[in-house]
Every structure is written in C-alpha cells, then in structure tokens.
Write a protein that binds this ligand. Sequence first.
Ligand SMILES: C[S@@+](CC[C@H](N)C(=O)[O-])C[C@H]1O[C@@H](n2cnc3c(N)ncnc32)[C@H](O)[C@@H]1O
Length: 429
Amino acid sequence: MAATRLLAAVTESQASLDGLLDPAGGNPAFTGLGDQDRLLVRAILLSALRHLQLIDAYIDQMVDNPLPDGAKALRQVLRVGAAQILFLDVPDRAAVDLAVTQATADPRNRRFAGLVNALLRRMGREKESRLPVLMAEVAAFPAWFESRIHGAYPTDAAAILSILSEPPAIDLTVKSDAAGWAEQLGGVVLSTGSVRIARPEGPVSGLAGYDEGAWWVQDAAASLPAQMFSRLEGLDIADLCAAPGGKTAQLALAGARVTACDQSANRLERLRGNLTRLGLDVATQLSRAQDLVAPEGFDGVLLDAPCSSTGTVRRHPDIPYTKSQDDIVRLARVQRDLLDHAAGLVRPGGELVFSNCSLDPMEGEEMVAGFLADHPAWRIRPVDASRWPGLESAITAAGEIRTHPAMLAHNDLRLAGLDGFYAVVLTRP
Ligand SMILES: C[S@@+](CC[C@H](N)C(=O)[O-])C[C@H]1O[C@@H](n2cnc3c(N)ncnc32)[C@H](O)[C@@H]1O
C-alpha cells in the first residue's frame, strides 16, 4: 500500500522522494513501517522511478485497450508490481499476490483485480524475452528531460542517459589516509581524494570508521568545489547554502574559520549533527543567504546554490518527474540573485566559489556568464586541468568544472560514474 501511495505522491503531485522518505517528518505511510518494510518500499520506489517509462510502455503493450486517464490508481498498483517482477529480487508470485490484494482492497480498482492478476503473471512469464527489446526501444526518461540532456551534451547524451538509471557507487570523503580506508573498506582511491566503494547491503552507518567520524558520504564531484579555493587555512569562509554540511566539513578540515548558513532549521540541525560526528567546529547561522549581513566580509564565500539537482538523478530518480523546464528557468533566477548577494560578501581580492548539482548550463555556465557581463571587474580563476587526473575533460575552456554522470567510466557499473556538477572560482578585484 505504502509504495503505491508514495509513487502516486511523486508522479501525480510532484512530491520529492527524499521528503517523503525522511525518517523525521516524512510521509506516515512510510515512517510508520518497520525497518524491513521500509527497505523494501524504498527499493520498490527507486526501481519503479528508475524504469518508469519502460514499465509504463510494458503495461500499455499488454492491455487490449489503453488504460483510461481516470485509472491512475490502477496504474500505480501495476507499476509497483512490475517494478518488483522486472527489477527486484522478489518472487513473482509474491509481487502478483500483493498487487491483487491491493487492487481488491481499493474500491476504485476492485473490478480490475482479475486484470492485475493476469497482466502481472504474464509479465513474469515473458520478461526474459521482452525486457531487452523494451530497453532498446523505450526512452528512459520523460521527453523534457532527455531533450535538455541532448541539447547540452550532444556527444555524451546517450552515455549520460544510460548511466542515469544505474544506482551509484558510494564515495566517501576521508579526513586522512585515503589509501588505508580504501583497503579497509574494499574500495579505490579516486583522483579527487575520495574513496569509492560499491554500495553496501546495509546502511553506511554500519561501516568501519563511521562512528569515529573518519569519513562522510559525498559524491566525488561534490567534493570538488571546496577544493577549488586557492587557500583556506586560517581564512574566514562563509558557506551560504551549507546543509547537510559535506562542503562545510571539507572547509573546516582544511583549517578555515567557517560560518555555515542555511535557511532550513531542520537541515541546519542535521549539519550540526554531522559536524559533531566528524569532530569539526564551525559557526552556524540560520538565515537566508540574501539576509546574511557581514560588514567585514569574508576572505572566501562558497555558494552551493539550490538547483534542479538533475546531476543527481542516479540517487534521486524522482527528479525527472518532479521537476520541469520551468523549474530550471526559475532556479537559474534564484541562483543569480544569490550570486549577486554572495559577491557583496567577498572582501576585495577574495574568492567566490559558485557550484550546484544541475546538469543544465542555464543553471551553470550561462548564469555565470550573465553575472560576469554585469560585473566586468570580476574574473574566472581557471582550474588547472591536470589537477584531478582522469577528469581533464571536466574542465571547460574557460576553466570552470563541468562534470557529468558518464565521466569516471568503469567496466563494473557499480563503480562507474560521477554526479553532474558545475563549479567555478570567481575572483573579486
Ligand atoms: C544543494 S543543498 C547544499 C548542500 C551542501 N552545500 C553540502 O555540500 O552538503 C542546498 C541547501 O541550500 C539551502 N537553501 C536554499 N535556499 C537558500 C537560501 N536562499 N538561503 C540559504 N540557504 C538556502 C537549502 O536548505 C539546502 O540545505
């Protein structure tokens, strides 16, 4: 029941999956479940959303008459059943029985219980032969999303779209001894300094080093912006959109005096908890970045701005269904406002690092070009392309960073890929 209700919330009401599944304040249909059921529901939702276009096309091919628009509740039951049958290690019989029970329990679906039973059983019988054909034929994501990726990455779009349906590896930013932690956790050290491990069966909090605060989870691409300041030790640095604090931790670890600001009390609380576990000390400020007043200014400012997050679809497969092109336009405006304000907080000669996890140039290269056109004395300080071996292609001609998920390719898909990120260092005259 919970899975169909939550899938409906994402696909029909554009609710964020992270928000729905948040242990503190998430949807009661999820938070009220026991641990095992939560794991299963999460796995069903991730699989259903990663393969939603394919699942829908499969369902549509199997019914004689197209499901009417009014049959939304029925489609959610079929999607949840199909996700288990096609992509999860759940016995087909159990997935079919559960779907039929659900259909029977809902007055809107009761008369379709026979259809649910027949369709899902047939899916189980035929999947071996039909799934590969559908995978080759059906576009993986909604048209608006695919078209933005094709427009921005004409040569890499196919590789990007293909890896976006894969669950990502886990990258850890370690306080020290990356080689030692890689050996202990069975991972590899990336050129970013991160330790990459294949996704463990259980929660990461069960891994060695978690309790002692030796590392934190942070995609390798997300670890780049904080590394881009030319100097941090002993400097005053503001982290304007800081929670949950991955970049704040890097800045503090490098010896900066950090003021971590976020507009969300809950998320700032999470940041404090994370920094406490890591034994790192920073000042926190609950504030909108636009309202932060600092007459003395800062030596450096990090603006890791809110964005469409399209670079993180591997871990947030709801994004193509909860965001739209209009959101990208709106968020680019928000980012520009925040960037203008952030610029005013930088001391003369200081650095402003702007970053976000969108794949869309409108929220990155184009937005920053607009800022530079309006602030002609500001400059990009180009990143040295040899700094992170293997990521040379992530440095733009202007010296910005532009990563995408098809980078850091690996034969073992469990260890491949990178979040999409944009980052640039801007210097104040
Ligand atoms: C992409 S997340 C930041 C991730 C964080 N920098 C990290 O590395 O862990 C964006 C954050 O910006 C915060 N935020 C959004 N709009 C804001 C604003 N106008 N002022 C301050 N914080 C804001 C959100 O609450 C969210 O925590």
